[in-house]
Design a protein around this ligand. Structure first.
Ligand code: RM4
Ligand code: MN
Ligand code: MN
Length: 431
């Protein structure tokens, strides 16, 4: 199941005349701010964010899940959905797998996955291991349990199984052509006094070192922090400081991954990004938005100004370009069609990037040197309030994708066709 390029071109054709006049106007406006519009379009066109395999299906909460039908039934079909998404956005050129949810098993499964992805033009982004659930294949058929933690567990058998699982995920990633491993742990405490803070940290660090020893020389390993959930009193890797300690204690290619929903309320995430980039330890990003906690809502839907500032810090770190990092969208689509939500998330990311690129950084630096916060605010807001949508549409068009991806997605009837082929009760595996 794919979306033909010709169908996208056909739909673009209807919008082309208006697009061209909108684009000419936008280029004019930002040119007056001393920003090179062509460079903005080129940088947006270069950007890509991986789609997670677990987000092409409906998400849910612990109170329920309301799947919409036609969801991918296996990893091959998940790759098909990511390819369809990428055909429309031109900016989701890779998929991030979660193991064991996406484990192709022994034999030729991995090679078949890789071939299928190559045929669809999709690469494999960072691999995700899972030791926050008990799965027969990660717990030695139930001989151990992660109930009291994985790498932090006082039970040596559980720690060993968790390390071996991560080694397995790395080996699978090598077969697929991935270049990174993301380790997010559910380890922590639900009750004060349940364990030793220090003991848990030391055991996690030891475990990460053993996992890292298995990571190929051209790979990176990311530690992803999160303040709470599933552990509600304390997480072992609870904040960026701990994540940095773990990375620094592990090795040069151990870096930190920032998930935008994994911060306590009011955390200045753009400052966190600046700090980690400053010390060369910013390795990965999970984009989403939130109002209260790890809500996994649509990127840019609640705090677009914060997203703009975060992307601005990334550009600062990359001297005007998005630095090399594993960018991924980590959302849970509880109400929207997952692909529609991913289309909107990708668009929001591209919009934030274009807005941040529309900030005249020289003007900002001048305002900063002059201790002129009013002028600095003007410069920032000029970028943020620019209607960059024609520039983003143009970047998509140049990538052979859709001017208006949501409208085209609906026009081509992709979901109706997956419901027809996969069934109205097809539900994706995962969370
Ligand atoms: C976690 C975290 C991880 C993701 C899981 C499914 O909250 O964000 O990145 O792998 O959810
Ligand atoms: Mn995440
Ligand atoms: Mn999360």
């Amino acid at each position: 199941m794919t979306i033909d390029r010709s169908r996208i071109d056909e739909d673009n054709e209807i919008r082309l005349a208006w697009h061209e006049s909108d684009l000419a106007h936008a280029l004019d406006v930002i040119g007056r701010a001393g920003v090179d519009g062509e460079a903005v379009v080129a940088e947006v066109a270069r950007f890509s964010a991986a789609a997670p395999s677990w987000a092409v299906g409906t998400g849910g909460t612990r109170f329920g899940r309301f799947p919409g039908g036609g969801e991918p039934r296996d990893t091959i079909e998940k790759i098909d959905d990511v390819a369809a998404l990428n055909a429309l956005t031109g900016a989701n050129r890779s998929v991030s797998l979660h193991v064991p949810w996406d484990d192709p098993g022994p034999g030729t499964g991995a090679a078949a996955l890789r071939r299928h992805a190559e045929e669809r033009g999709i690469a494999f982004d960072a691999m995700n291991s899972n030791t926050f659930q008990d799965n027969p294949s990660t717990t030695r058929d139930g001989a151990v349990s992660y109930k009291f933690g994985s790498l932090a567990n006082v039970d040596e058998g559980a720690r060993r199984a968790a390390i071996e699982h991560n080694h397995y995920v790395i080996d699978l990633g090598v077969e697929l052509g991935s270049r990174a491993l993301t380790v997010w742990l559910g380890d922590g405490m639900n009750h004060p006094g349940q364990a030793s803070f220090r003991g848990q940290f030391e055991r996690v660090l030891d475990g990460l070192r053993e996992i890292y020893a298995h990571v190929p020389g051209d790979w990176e390993m990311y530690t992803e922090h999160k303040p709470y959930e599933p552990a509600f009193y304390s997480s072992v890797n609870n904040d960026w400081g701990t994540s940095l300690l773990l990375a620094q204690g592990t090795g040069d290619r151990a870096k930190c991954l920032v998930d935008l929903g994994h911060h306590l309320p009011n955390t200045n995430i753009e400052q966190v990004v600046s700090r980690l980039a400053m010390v060369g330890r910013l390795g990965g990003f999970h984009f989403n938005d939130s109002k209260y906690g790890d809500d996994d809502l649509t990127v840019g839907s609640i705090t677009p100004f914060q997203l703009f500032l975060i992307v601005g810090e990334l550009l600062e770190a990359g001297r005007g370009h998005m630095p090399d990092a594993a960018y991924m969208i980590d959302e849970s689509h509880n109400l929207k069609d997952p692909l529609e939500d991913l289309i909107q998330a990708t668009d929001a990311l591209q919009v934030a990037l274009a807005q941040a690129l529309c900030v005249n950084r020289d003007d900002l630096a001048d305002a900063q040197s002059a201790n002129d916060p009013a002028r600095a605010a003007e410069v920032l807001h000029r970028g943020f309030r620019t209607d960059v949508r024609p520039l983003v549409a143009e970047a998509r068009r140049r990538n052979g994708a859709a001017l208006d991806p949501l409208a085209t997605y609906r026009a081509v009837g992709y979901r109706a066709s997956t419901v027809a082929s996969r069934g109205s009760d097809a539900v994706a595996t995962g969370l």
